[in-house]
Ligand binder design. Structure first.
Ligand code: G6P
Ligand code: ZN
Length: 543
């Protein structure tokens, strides 16, 4: 086996986004594209020599091929060891756990998360640091610089490593340990949650449906829910990972998890429904006839911390991304703990978790998690909800109503305008940005602007500053509209408009969200000119 050094040139468009580098699969399969980026990761982190990495992905098309390339390049770059998930599979939270548990120097996760997979879909590569979390901005910045300066990469000429069997093997001088992707993760869940209480819930006849969306959580959910907890066979649906996610869009929201939503809103609904995304870090929670917004989910988890052994001593603090509704802020206030507001992107929670400032974190984009790993965690969120249901023996709908009665309800919705021409999306954002100073006091669709700014974040742990993280407009009475361009899209620009309205009137807590948000939806369009700039009269996706 010999190490080959291949001459290459920088390839445009290798700047990591909100969550690693995501591109169309075809782009990743172009000559040198993957290799350039992997070499840039190694160069950006100061070399791979003597280091140990975790490696796994969500099973999408090109996953195993890419894993073999990463292995050969890691060996050629002098890595000491790679711990790989069997079949090159690892959910993102399971990879985070392995990095932490084994004390590795980081990990490479092959995933485009909730984006569709397949030859015509997307692929992605993400580097996580030794704390188990997505690399911080200074590291992704160095990786990006490396992509622009690259002139060669190193790769071992060798046969594929057998990733189908658990065990230890070698590739050149590097050790490769293939591990069961579920085992360590399941052990962690058993540490955090009271599995006996959850087993008792299911043995009392509690019914559930978990939609793995043909993605990576299938094996995890089957082993934990049906295996360890005794949920009825068939509880997990779409549980076998497929390279193109069964032709679907593995994003757990009411639009893409429609099969589950229809079931939960219909007469045959089980007690509880949940879904997770391509790489297993996102989650959707839905009760019988009751969809739980991710923002509400975070607030309910925080308010019910005492239902979970791992958190019953209390929460150090909570954190949410800026566009996430402020429901959790009210819980934090009542609990007397800090609530942090961070830019979109799980990486921004890393420092707060490492410093012990926050225990629970969440994002409107269907992510919730805690300090148990440094990623959001879909199956964890499901087990947390099950713990609350087991302890209170209330339905999801009852729990939600009780929550709103004590804290008020933050009605919430996100409107996405996808694949908008980049110049048009930028024109909308630039136009709005330029007006921010003049907005306070002006009225739009009957709402008066109280404050308007562009969000910037000063990290309280390392002092770094992240600017231009979204435009936020607060209205008198507590409504809010936030505008941002997605950092994870692969085609054109995606405009996200986050809409929120706070309600405490007990007679209005059960309103339909569209009704409670009608005025702020109109105001958002009036002040940003959404229809005018995008030429669209309705969002493509509403969550
Ligand atoms: C990924 C990240 C999340 C982020 C989400 C939305 O899932 O892990 O932390 O909230 O993308 O990002 P976007 O930039 O598309 O709104
Ligand atoms: Zn994901």
């Amino acid at each position: 086996m010999s190490i080959t050094t291949i001459q290459t040139q920088p390839i445009d468009g290798q700047k990591p986004g909100t969550s690693g580098l995501r591109k169309q699969t075809r782009t990743f399969m172009e000559p040198h594209f993957l290799e350039n980026f992997v070499q840039s990761i190694f160069d950006g982190i100061g070399g791979a020599g003597g280091k140990t990495f975790v490696l796994g992905g969500d099973g999408r098309y090109f996953n195993e091929r890419a894993a073999q390339v990463v292995l050969r390049m890691a060996a050629a770059n002098g890595a000491a060891k790679v711990i790989a998930g069997q079949g090159a599979l690892l959910s993102t939270p399971a990879a985070s756990n392995l990095i932490r548990k084994r004390g590795t120097d980081g990990g490479i996760i092959l995933s485009a998360s909730h984006n569709p997979g397949g030859q015509d879909g997307d692929f992605g590569v993400k580097f996580n640091s030794n704390n188990g979390g997505p690399a911080a901005e200074d590291i992704t910045g160095r990786i990006y610089e490396a992509t622009k300066a690259i002139s060669e990469y190193r790769i071992l000429e060798a046969h594929d490593v057998d990733l189908s069997t658990v065990g230890v093997t070698t590739l050149g001088d590097m050790e490769v340990e293939v591990v069961d992707p579920v085992a360590d993760y399941q052990a962690l869940m058993e540490d955090l949650f009271d599995f006996d209480a959850l087993r008792a819930l299911f043995s009392d006849g509690f019914s559930m449906r978990f939609d793995a969306m043909h993605a990576v959580t299938g094996p995890y959910a089957t082993a934990i829910l049906e295996g360890a907890l005794g949920a009825a066979p068939g509880t997990v649906i779409n549980g076998v990972p497929s390279p193109d996610f069964g032709g679907g869009h593995p994003d757990p929201n009411p639009t893409w998890a429609k099969e589950l939503m229809d079931l939960m809103m219909g007469p045959e609904a089980p007690d509880f429904g949940a879904a997770s995304d391509g790489d297993g870090d996102r989650n959707m929670i839905v009760g019988r006839g009751a969809y739980v917004t991710p923002s509400d989910s975070l607030a309910v988890l925080a308010a019910n911390y005492a239902c979970v052994p791992a958190y019953e001593q209390g929460l150090a603090g909570v954190a949410r991304s800026m566009p996430t509704s402020r429901a959790v802020d009210r819980v934090a206030e009542k609990l007397g703990i800090d609530c942090y507001e961070t830019p979109t992107g799980w990486k921004f929670f890393g420092n707060l978790l490492d410093a012990g400032k926050a225990t629970l974190c969440g994002e409107e984009s269907a992510g919730t998690g805690s300090d148990h790993v440094r990623e959001k965690d879909g199956v964890w969120a499901v087990l947390y909800w099950l713990s609350i249901l087991a302890k209170t023996r209330k339905s999801v709908a009852e729990l939600l109503l009780a929550h709103w009665q004590s804290f008020g309800r933050n009605f919430y919705s996100r409107h996405d305008y996808e694949d908008v021409a980049t110049d048009k999306a930028n024109a909308l954002m630039d136009g709005l940005r330029s007006q921010l100073g003049d907005l306070p006091g002006q009225r739009f669709a009957g709402l008066t602007v109280a404050e308007a700014d562009e969000f910037a974040y000063d990290d309280p742990v390392d002092g770094s500053r992240s600017e231009a993280q979204g435009l936020r407009i607060g209205f008198e009475g507590g409504a809010r509209a936030v505008f941002r361009l997605s950092g994870t899209g692969t085609q054109g620009a995606t405009l996200r408009v986050y809409l929120e309205n706070y309600e405490t009137d007990p007679t209005r807590l059960a309103l339909a969200p569209e009704e409670a948000l009608a005025s702020v939806i109109r105001a958002a369009d009036a002040l940003a000119g959404i229809a005018k700039h995008t030429g669209r009269d309705a969002p493509d996706v509403t969550t």
